[in-house]
Design a protein around this ligand. Structure first.
Ligand code: PLP
Length: 257
């Protein structure tokens, strides 16, 4: 039987607690209705409260995983998450197909404060991957680093988004989860204009929401939905997941889409 199911690929780090990283991406892909594939870039030791260790893969292992998957299956969309260092970013740049929509979640630091991307690799995300991006999904602190400007207002969000498009991204979704208002507002910045997605902010942080959002968008793109619908449906799925968050023994919550 030939492979007919819409498929999506994540290239990301492992979170053994299942709350973020490839484990969350695969659960989210399943929820959106696509066949999930996963290339591992790094192992981590972590739970919802803290990351205690991180071991990047040999870049050759990343390269070979991507080549092997693509030899057999064609994803309708690909996402990247934790990429750890310059060598892994180069391996991804060289092997991802340029005709498949690429969603970049520019993971830098975990909510618990652990560095998931080397400082000196931020410029490689900007120079090597952003020009390939169909969509990039930074939170406000990540958008500030990539656009090299402070974001203090809605106008700043739009300006930062257009600076990130100048680096080559086709579209930018800046996530407002780190903001402070009653509503969490995400801004989708596109050449044709900008759209915002608003949801009531829930009074707690959850682990894994960024991974879940970018994976959901990727899953919906793989099924052929238009970009605005993908972002809207993904935001709804994340909001549901935050409302139904799991809580571990240490009282930290993780998204449950
Ligand atoms: N661990 C891995 C492997 C991740 O990819 C991410 C986020 O993308 C995180 C941890 C951080 O998750 P959070 O900041 O939601 O706690």
């Amino acid at each position: 039987m030939t492979f007919q199911f819409p498929a999506a690929l994540t290239i990301a780090g492992s979170d053994p607690s299942g709350g973020a990283g490839i484990q969350m991406d695969l659960k989210t892909f399943a929820k959106t209705g696509v066949w999930g594939m996963a290339v591992i870039t790094a192992l981590t030791a972590q739970n919802a409260a803290q990351v205690t260790g991180s071991w990047p893969m040999d870049p050759e292992m990343v390269r070979e995983q991507i080549i092997a998957v693509l030899e057999d299956l064609t994803p309708g969309a690909i996402k990247t998450g934790m990429l750890a260092n310059t060598e892994i970013i180069k391996a991804v740049e060289e092997t991802v197909p340029k005709d498949v929509p690429l969603v970049i979640d520019p993971v830098m630091i975990s909510t618990s404060g652990y560095r998931l991307l080397n400082d000196d690799a931020i410029c490689d995300i900007c120079e090597r991957l952003i020009p390939l991006a169909h969509l990039i999904t930074p939170n406000i602190p990540e958008a500030e680093i990539i656009s090299q400007m402070k974001i203090a207002s809605d106008e700043d969000v739009i300006l930062a988004g257009s600076k990130i498009m100048d680096l080559g991204a086709k579209q930018v979704l800046i996530k407002g989860g780190h903001g402070k208002g009653d509503d969490a507002i995400d801004y989708l910045i596109m050449k044709e204009g900008n759209i915002s997605f608003r949801h009531t902010r829930l009074p707690y942080d959850v682990h894994g929401s960024g991974c879940c959002l970018s994976a959901a968008i990727t899953g919906y793109i793989a099924q052929g939905f238009d970009d605005i619908s993908c972002c809207k449906k993904a935001k709804d799925l994340v909001t549901f997941g935050i409302r139904h968050a799991y809580e571990g023994k240490n009282k930290h919550k993780m998204i449950n889409p």
